[in-house]
Design a protein around this ligand. Structure first.
Ligand code: MSP
Length: 664
């Protein structure tokens, strides 16, 4: 049995009949995040991913390319490795089913099962589709998937694994291990499946029909069925071999240290192969199953159909990463949907989440804390600790950290992040309510130091927890706060033991650095993505436009506008940071307004008759942000404030929302 601090996690191994898309990236990212988190916690981690290289699909693809299957695989693997590298995936082994240790292990397992009479040879008669080179069930024909005219009944000898003989054992195992298959609805699905008869599993293919696979040790005319070969990857990688001839990975003494794996992650499409084929194979081998199988949902395109190469509706990982950065891509996939549920991908959804969570909430918190500290406190961490006023934040920080760990351990990535974002939002609100600019103006350096220290501390917690999700930017943020990854690790060890001095982790006097924004805001989709977005928008059949000549006269009254016209005006919550009289115009004031971007905007407003400049600082206003910038009596204005009143201003429109929040 592995030691409690050993963590072995696997992803499916992916067919090399195409290049990776976000669906594949998703499982591997999910595994990477939890693997990184466990490493942060000081655990001994083994994270396995890789490629499934044998079988019909790969063979066909190689033929199409006019290549030898092995050469085709060697070529494809380069792309898979490159994509995983691009996503910052830190696997411990990239498994290939053509690796020599695997071929040896599969053959040894087959031999053992053959010797023990768990594999037998039998004649198989069935419908065969010549074009697709596969056996088709009667049900496939009934369901209309295949036309009987294209099928031929053939009889073929094959080898079968006595899967059916483990039916009862499997059902009993599921009853005794209610957490074995997650989420719960997937467990119910498998139990439902097992209510039917469980047949034996054909584990061979005659070479005359499909030669690309691992040769059966007891019959050189056959290769192993691709799933029987592929599933064994999880054990080969541990160093398991039925005759003890395997080699455990570096740093591990025996396969027993790694097995049973903590988690097999997989998409819901391959639940039966993992829960039924794999588990019964293990029963046959006398090896216990992994501790848990977690089946996640599908990324779909806008119309709800599964993203797949054959449908041509995949999203290119490289393009997303190039446009938004690796951290943004990682964050989106884990935050956007619950692990287990399906989710639709859209570029505008990606942009919205990026701007709201990363550019706005996290980026703002960090940037505001660092820049105020840099402007007013000599760019060092203030020497201060939380006071009674911060008690609530301390509780929230503790909950965010412990909750993050709890949810991640349960693979509830979105909840872990949501919990952390509660703290981040509270941090932004804390800035708003404690108005450090007013404290600075009033010369209250002590309280200013205390408030800014708290803001930096919350940024630190975010950075430390987010190292597993945003490895790049989170480390940058740590460094800006005068901390290192090792510091974060040391803090986490204490924090998870709940003996942390909450919100008091930074080193007073350590230099802080504002630097480049962590997540620059995107006003619109980057050009490479915008083109794809337009295609995506164009997909659903558009209602045919009525010919112009027949169009009825527009029934719209002059003063009415269409919603689309209103939607063109972008409104955001803002906060006035500074206000001063316009040097050349009595009626105008020059304002500095934070609207959640990396730097405040300068807005010139005709409100001098109503407001003295100093009364405006801290006011939370509504800003039109997409007005063309204009010079007003020599001062550039980058937006407009909403106000009540006709010729004379009665009141500015105010709103209680974090700067940058959309107003609509
Ligand atoms: N080679 C088998 C798995 C063998 S495991 C011993 C296979 N490969 S695959 O290339 O088709 O990849 C399947 C896995 O990729 C899915 O189970 C899932 O983890 C991931 N995804 C592929 N498309 C997906 C989506 N559209 N959405 C989410 N993940 C999906 O099956």
């Amino acid at each position: 049995m592995p030691h409690a601090s050993t963590f072995y996690i696997t992803t499916p191994i992916y067919y090399v009949n195409g290049r990776p898309h976000i669906g594949h990236a998703y499982t591997t990212l999910a595994a990477d995040v939890i693997a990184r988190w466990r490493r942060m916690k000081g655990h001994k981690v083994f994270f396995l991913t890789g490629t499934d290289e044998h079988g019909q699909k790969v063979y066909e693809r190689a033929k199409e390319r006019g290549m030898e299957p092995q050469a085709h695989c060697d070529d494809m693997v380069v792309h898979w490795k490159a994509t995983f590298a691009k996503l910052g995936v830190q696997y411990d082994r990239f498994f290939r089913t053509t690796d020599a240790d695997h071929v040896a292990n599969v053959r040894a397992v087959l031999q053992k099962l053959w010797n023990e009479d768990l594999i037998y040879r039998a004649e198989y008669t069935g419908w065969y589709h010549i074009g697709d080179e596969i056996f088709v069930t009667e049900k496939d024909v009934e369901d209309g998937k295949y036309d009987r005219a294209d099928l031929k009944q053939i009889a073929e000898a094959n080898y079968f694994f006595k899967m059916g003989s483990f039916h009862e054992q499997l059902s009993a195992y599921l009853e005794a291990h209610p957490d074995f298959i997650r989420p719960e609805n997937r467990m119910n699905e498998v139990k439902g499946f097992l209510k039917g008869e469980l047949g034996d599993l054909c584990i061979s293919r005659p070479k005359s029909r499909m030669p690309w696979g691992i040769e059966l040790p007891f019959d050189p005319d056959y290769v192993t069925y691709v799933w029987f070969d592929a599933l064994l990857n999880y054990l080969t990688a541990t160093g398991y071999h039925p005759d003890g001839l395997g080699t455990p990975p570096a740093g591990f003494d025996s396969w027993r240290e790694l097995w049973p794996a903590n988690f097999h992650l997989l998409g819901k499409d391959i639940l039966t192969t993992h829960s039924v084929y794999w588990t019964t194979m293990l029963f046959g081998m006398g090896v216990e199953p992994a501790q848990a199988l977690y089946a996640h949902g599908w990324w779909t395109s806008k119309d709800g159909s599964k993203m797949s190469k054959s449908k041509g509706n995949t999203i290119d990982v490289d393009l997303l990463v190039d446009a938004f950065g690796v951290d943004a891509a990682r964050y989106f996939f884990l935050r956007e949907i619950r692990f287990g549920a399906d989710g639709g991908f859209s570029y505008d959804g990606f942009l919205t989440r990026y701007n709201a969570d990363l550019a706005n909430d996290l980026g703002n918190l960090a940037h505001r804390g660092l820049s105020m500290c840099s402007n007013w406190l000599g760019a060092v961490v203030p020497d201060s600790a939380p006071g009674p006023d911060e008690a609530e934040l301390v509780t929230l920080a503790r909950e965010a950290v412990l909750g993050f760990d709890r949810e991640l351990e349960a693979l509830q990535y979105n909840k872990a992040l949501e919990g952390l974002w509660t703290l981040i939002s509270a941090g932004n609100k804390y800035i708003d309510t404690h108005a450090p600019w007013a404290l600075n103006k009033a010369g209250d350096t002590e309280r200013l130091g205390q408030v800014l220290r708290i803001v930096l501390e919350i940024s630190f917690i975010a950075a430390a927890l987010l190292l597993c999700v945003l490895p790049d930017r989170a480390e940058q943020l740590l460094n800006k706060l005068g901390m290192s990854v090792d510091d974060a690790r040391a803090w986490l060890a204490k924090a998870l033991n709940d003996d942390s001095d909450w919100l008091n982790a930074l080193r007073a006097g350590a230099p802080v650095e504002v630097g480049e924004p962590l997540f620059p805001r995107f006003r619109e989709l980057p050009p490479t993505i915008a083109a794809l977005f337009e295609q995506e928008q164009a997909k659903p059949a558009k209602p045919a436009k009525a010919p112009k000549a027949e169009a009825p006269p527009a029934p719209v009254a002059d003063e009415l506008i269409a919603f689309e016209d209103f939607a063109k005006v972008k409104l955001r919550a803002g906060k006035i940071l500074a206000a001063s009289p316009h040097p050349n115009a009595d009626k105008l004031l020059v304002l500095s307004v934070d609207i959640g971007e990396e730097r405040p905007r300068q807005i010139v407003a005709g409100i001098a008759a109503k407001y003295a400049p100093e009364t405006l600082v801290g006011k939370q206003v509504v800003v039109v942000i997409n007005l063309k910038p204009a010079k007003l009596r020599g001062a550039m204005s980058e937006g407009m404030l909403l106000a009540a009143g006709g010729k004379e201003i009665v009141d500015l429109v105010t709103v209680d929302a974090t700067p940058g929040e959309v107003v609509r």
